[in-house]
Design a protein around this ligand. Sequence first.
Ligand SMILES: C[S@@+](CC[C@H](N)C(=O)[O-])C[C@H]1O[C@@H](n2cnc3c(N)ncnc32)[C@H](O)[C@@H]1O
Length: 354
Amino acid sequence: MRSILTENTVLSVGIPHKNAEEARLQLLRHDLLLTNLKPIKTKDLVFFPVVDHRQLSKLLHNISFTVQECTFPIKHKMEPIHKVLKKEFPDIQWNDTSLKFDQLGDIVVLKLHPRKISLSVRQRVGELILSYSKKIKTVLNKSDVIEGAERIYPIEHLAGEKRWKSWHQEYGVLIWVDLKRAYFNPRLAEEHHRVAVSGIEGKKILDMFTGVGPFALHCAKHALCEIVAIDINPYAIAALQKSIKKNKLKGNIHPIIADSLSILRMHRSFDRIIINLPDYSINYLSLATKLLKKGGIVTFYQFISKTENPKQLIRKKISSQLTNVNSYKELNIKVGREISPSRIQVNVDLLFTS
Ligand SMILES: C[S@@+](CC[C@H](N)C(=O)[O-])C[C@H]1O[C@@H](n2cnc3c(N)ncnc32)[C@H](O)[C@@H]1O
């Protein structure tokens, strides 16, 4: 039984605003969302057009929802941007990385290599993207590789308003991003959310390399918990402080400008430690075990070389770092996104039992 009654009058699921993004992603993942129709927002709920309603209780088990018929506006069909670019600039060898871009709030960030694509073409691409959607106000370009401990990309302005700051939203969490002065990666949204819903109620958490604080903000939005959020970059911590004021948080975040190595004295204090400095996270694993309470969990993100068996490689690296630790258990190893043709990211959760 499919839900379509007329072309745009269909069954819909009404979700409270605070759960809408989580529900939208679940519906998308299970092919239940009708993406040709525009969701409708009322004061309390967001209504999503759905294909079928029978699996909803199982899928949205911790979210309250209503099911009813609704007439939705039909989405104006736009040609995907990569097709537009290929048509407009047929002479350019568009490869996968040059076509990838991120949207952070109302800013689009491209990755067009300045040595391969001239400034005038980069700017024309920027204008084209700007005209693509009214929600986009600024187009920027990561013009070189990431730099320094703060992991900031050199950024050039291509089109629209000349600014680098915006409110970005993930799962109902508002994050102030300052692209010129502090690192932020929207592709980790699912991980930020996963950690926040992984049983952290009442826990004490350390986010060793917090950046503008996405892990800390997700955790504090979701649960009554204490989070110590450290970053060496004062601009990143300033952005986090702005986000703390903007969001209604259940938990407490304590933002600290410091080198994470200076926290050695907080011996056996934390139930959960997040290490996201993916070039070097694994080097901090041994330090983290000293800061962790018995039964605590370390979640870390590490770049490794591409290999036939990435899980085996990361296990080897972990055991070489933890030679003095008696017992730990692997809770989760996930082979994540590709960073470059030769490197991938792995996401790891380890439970320390002693
Ligand atoms: C990859 S970013 C992670 C940011 C954040 N966790 C996220 O998911 O968006 C790494 C962060 O570590 C910070 N950092 C680098 N070295 C540090 C150190 N020794 N102590 C504290 N922070 C450091 C950088 O300033 C940067 O914001």
